[in-house]
Every structure is written in structure tokens, then in C-alpha cells.
Design a protein around this ligand. Structure first.
Ligand SMILES: O=C(O)CCC(=O)C(=O)O
Length: 276
């Protein structure tokens, strides 16, 4: 599943690509299920625009209380000036989050499969909890960028120890907005933390003002079925998708059962996260 050498590589660089981790059939099953969920979703219920620039909007209640729900977030550029959608609903949604792994049987089966459990165990997350999941569409033409960040900024635990699992459900290239990482950047420590602001909403508590050395970013072009493991402190980002091809991915974030996380952690959920 994962060799000692790969584990060392993960520790040194902060990421690891495991090609062919998910089968074609598994990828297609998740894609089909996501399409069904979108079909059942009525956009009139809510319009919540996901953008890493507009933290105020991002912090709206719909987002902050989605830790134990299946909710839908639109691309920022999905709308015309009059608020109508530019493209069809299924080509406008940025992501679904954040409890697919708990609430949906298809995503649940995949997320709690033996091979993911074994991998988690090999990474030292044998006693882990599945904190959140996301289905990211990176839509053709309008897929928004995700600015450089560390996942631990948003999923803060004490000690700082989370693992991100990013599954490519389609080929991801520089054209359609693949992930970019700063190899070894996890060694720089945590740059900021997202906390609840006293006046409501969220704010960043910054520990290190130094800008990310984005000239050190390298693209991770991967084929469908690949899994990218991301250390919680690894700086990473993705650029806009201006191509005509989507770039679907499914992500899972694991924390250790022994870890503590403060009350002001990003997403509220009723009840603690569950393990495998
Ligand atoms: O899939 C992407 O484009 C970026 C996802 C990401 O970095 C994240 O959700 O933390």
C-alpha cells in the first residue's frame, strides 16, 4: 500500500502521490453519485458563493454550520449581474461539503473502505477521525482559484496533526487547475489560524507575515484515480480553470482521535467526528 520510502518522502516533502489508488469504477461511482446529489439540489434554497477572497461571505452561516451536512457552494463566477446562473446548475457548483462521508452511503462506503483505513494506519493515523469531506468540481470555464494555504489554518488541532487525502476523479493538469504545492513547505510551521471573531464571522490570527514563496510552487499533474496525500502544514493552491474540461476531486481530512480542537474550529457539527 505504502512503502517506508514513500512515508519518508511524505515526511520530507509534505506530500505524496499514489497513482492508481482508486479504481476507474470507484471514481465513476463517486462522480455519478455527486451528479445525483446535484440533480436533487434546488439552488433556490440557498445561494452561497465560495471564494477564498471574500472571507466575509465565506463565513456565512450556511458554510459555518455545514460540518455535519451535505451542502452546495457555488463558484464565485457562476452568476450574472442579475443573480441568475450563467450556466446550468451542474456546471455552476464549486463544491459539496462537508459531511458526505458520514451522510451519504456511496461516499461513506468509499471513505471508510479498508484500503483507506489501512493507508491511514500506515501514516500513523490508525486511531483517526474523519473530520470532513468535500467534492470539488473545478468547473470548466469558471472554476475558481484556491489561494495558497495550509489546511491546518482551517482545521486546527492540538497538536497540529492532520492529513488531507485528495483523490483525482478526473485527470488533473495545469490546464484544468491541478494542485500546486511548495515541497518541504510544511517545515515552515503554521502561518495563520482561522478563528471566530468576537463580532461574529471569522478572522485570521496570523503568526508569520512572510508571504508564501510562490516561486517554489510545483504542479502536481495526476491521472484519474491518483491520491495525493497532503500534510496539514503543506502550503498548496490551485489556479483557475479556464479550460473546457472539469477537474473533479474528492477530499477527506483526518485528525487523530487524541487531538484536541478548540471550540472555534471552522465548521460546527453536532456530535464528535467518527472514525473508520
Ligand atoms: O482542489 C482544489 O482545487 C484545492 C483544494 C484545497 O486546497 C483545499 O480544499 O484545501
Amino acid at each position: 500500500m505504502i512503502t517506508g520510502q514513500q512515508l519518508n518522502e511524505y515526511r520530507d516533502r509534505g506530500y505524496l502521490v499514489l497513482e492508481g489508488f482508486a479504481s476507474e469504477a470507484e471514481c465513476d461511482e463517486l462522480r455519478t453519485r455527486a451528479a445525483e446529489l446535484v440533480q436533487q439540489f434546488d439552488p433556490a434554497e440557498v445561494v452561497s458563493i465560495f471564494s477564498t477572497y471574500e472571507q466575509n461571505r465565506l463565513t456565512d452561516d450556511y458554510f459555518l454550520t455545514s460540518g455535519d451536512k451535505i451542502r452546495f457552494f457555488f463558484e464565485e463566477n457562476a452568476f450574472n449581474d442579475d443573480g441568475t446562473l450563467k450556466y446550468k446548475k451542474e456546471k455552476s457548483i464549486n463544491k459539496i461539503g462537508h459531511a458526505l462521508h458520514d451522510l451519504d452511503p456511496v461516499f461513506g462506503k468509499f471513505s471508510r473502505s479498508d484500503k483507506i483505513k489501512q493507508l491511514a494506519s500506515a501514516m500513523g493515523f490508525e486511531d483517526s477521525l474523519l473530520l470532513q469531506s468535500m467534492y470539488i468540481f473545478k468547473q470548466p470555464n469558471i472554476g475558481g482559484e484556491v489561494t495558497c494555504h495550509q489546511d491546518s489554518t482551517f482545521l486546527y488541532t492540538e497538536p497540529l496533526d492532520i492529513a488531507g487525502l485528495w483523490f483525482a476523479l478526473e485527470d488533473a493538469t495545469t490546464e484544468n487547475g491541478c494542485l500546486w504545492v511548495i515541497p518541504g513547505g510544511q517545515q515552515r510551521g503554521l502561518k495563520s489560524r482561522w478563528v471566530r471573531a468576537p463580532q461574529g464571522g471569522m478572522k485570521f490570527e496570523t503568526f508569520d507575515e512572510t508571504p508564501w514563496p510562490e516561486d517554489q510552487l510545483v504542479p502536481l499533474e495526476v491521472s484519474k484515480g491518483s491520491l495525493i496525500l497532503l500534510h496539514g502544514l503543506l502550503p498548496h493552491r490551485s489556479f483557475e480553470n479556464r479550460s473546457t474540461r472539469s477537474r473533479h476531486a474528492y477530499t477527506l481530512h483526518l485528525i487523530k482521535a487524541s487531538a484536541k480542537y478548540p471550540e472555534d474550529i471552522l465548521l460546527k457539527r453536532r456530535g464528535p467526528p467518527r472514525g473508520f
